[in-house]
Structures are given as C-alpha cells and as structure tokens.
Ligand binder design. Structure first.
Ligand SMILES: [Zn+2]
Length: 248
C-alpha cells in the first residue's frame, strides 16, 4: 500500500494515466539489477531510485578514476579510488531512502550471472564490453527476464530491450557472434546520460501493468546520433533459428 507520503512524493508519476497508483505500486514491488555504473548505468540507477523502484542491485567491480568524472555524475573528486558500488549506493540512498540498494563489487561472468541475476525482475546492462552483454543475455534468456541494453560509442548511443519471454528477440538474434572489442574511445558525457535516462524509462515501462499506450523498445533499437542531431528507431527481428532463444 502506498502511504500518504508516497502519494505526495510520487504525485506527478501517479498522475500519469499510464502509471497511476497501480503502476507506482508495481515499481515499489519491483527489483532491478544495473550492471555497470559508468556514464550510462549511474544516471539510470539514480532515476530508478528516484522513481521509487523498491530494490536495486548495483553491480560493478571498478573504482572511480579521474577520466570517469565528466560523465559519471554520481561521483566527484572526493570519490577517486573508491569502489563505485559503495559510492553509488550511498548517493542513491540519499536520493531515496525508501529504496533498498545493494552494491555488488563483483565481475559478472558466465559462471555467476544466472545465480546473481535470478532474484531481479529486470536487468540493465550498461557496461562497455560486448562480452558482458552476451553474459547478461544468456543468463536473462534462461531466467526468462527482460534486459535493457544501453551503450555509447563516441557521439552515438543506442538502447534496446531484449526479452524472448515477451515475444521479442535476444541479443544473439541481432549479433550471433561477438564483435571484436574496441579500444577505449572518446565519449560525449551528456549522451551517456541521455542513454542512461532512456534505459531507466524503458525499465520503468517494462515494470508497469500493461497499458495500450506503453510500448517498450521490444524488437526495436533506439539510435541517438547526437553529433548529427538525429534519433531514430530500427526494428530488430527475432531469429527463428537463434541458438539461444529459438522456441521461446
Ligand atoms: Zn535470440
């Protein structure tokens, strides 16, 4: 049950016809794991906490470095060298003390992903490695959980939802084989935030009770070309022969 204080705090969300009290309660009852607390995952996690998602897991094994600060806005110079999970958990708890935040300073691998992610309703993968996306994808397909992919490359960003259990494709439908990892590239800070906010919005949409006006990016990828001032969505078809999700 939402309290009088909840009604006051979340009034502008509850007012949305697509959300209402039922939607706010669904967010309160939900749990989300955010994998990667960089320029995408940090803002995403902060918005999920502020919106009132009940339980959040923050998964990252990195420490804050100077080159992170222009886009990883959860952190400041006083946090340099500290674990991102610990600083982010403190920041999110300050933003919304009602949210249960758990920091996991671990590397997610094919061996542990299914066990770690099993207790969450949805997963956001916001790290900068392709390998991590395959790990999250394969675990989420096996668990029947949706996951949200947010990534940036220089001045371009993309967001997609992968959820075979909801009738959409999986990551392997789109990229059957892992592409070669790229060396560290430049990135525009606000673009990472934009992609992170889009991931948070997609996560919140997935957690809502069904509504005819709410259409998650299922089977679509949203592309942001910030330098060109352009954004558009492309369809991502399900591969009926996908070795990972065929038959689901
Ligand atoms: Zn697939």
């Amino acid at each position: 049950m939402l309290s009088a204080l909840d009604h006051e705090r979340y009034a502008r969300q509850i007012m949305l016809p697509e959300v209402g009290q039922a939607g706010q309660q669904a967010w309160r009852d939900a749990s989300v794991a955010v994998v990667g607390l960089g320029g995408v995952g940090g803002p995403c996690a902060l918005y999920l906490a502020a919106a009132g998602v009940g339980r959040l897991a923050l998964i990252d094994h990195d420490r804050v470095a100077p080159a992170d600060l222009p886009r990883q806005i959860l952190f400041g110079p006083a946090d340099l060298g500290l674990l991102k999970t610990e600083r982010a958990a403190t920041r999110l708890t300050q933003a919304n003390p009602e949210v249960e935040v758990r920091g996991l300073s671990i590397a997610l691998t094919a061996d542990n992903a299914e066990l770690v992610l099993a207790e969450y309703d949805a997963v956001v993968a916001a790290g900068d490695s392709y390998a991590l996306r395959y790990v999250v994808n394969d675990a989420c397909v096996r668990l029947g959980r949706p996951w949200i992919d947010g990534s940036v490359y220089q001045g371009e960003g993309q967001v997609a939802v992968y959820a075979p259990a909801l009738g959409g494709p999986c990551y392997r439908c789109r990229f059957p084989a892992p592409p070669a990892e790229v060396a560290t590239q430049g990135v525009l800070g606000p673009l990472a935030g934009q992609v992170g906010c889009c991931c948070a919005a997609e996560t919140l949409k997935l957690l809502l009770p069904q509504h005819p006006r709410v259409a998650p990016l299922l089977g679509r990828v949203m592309l942001f070309d910030t330098m060109a001032g352009d954004a558009f969505a492309l369809n991502v078809p399900k591969d009926p022969w996908c070795p990972c999700c065929a038959g689901l």
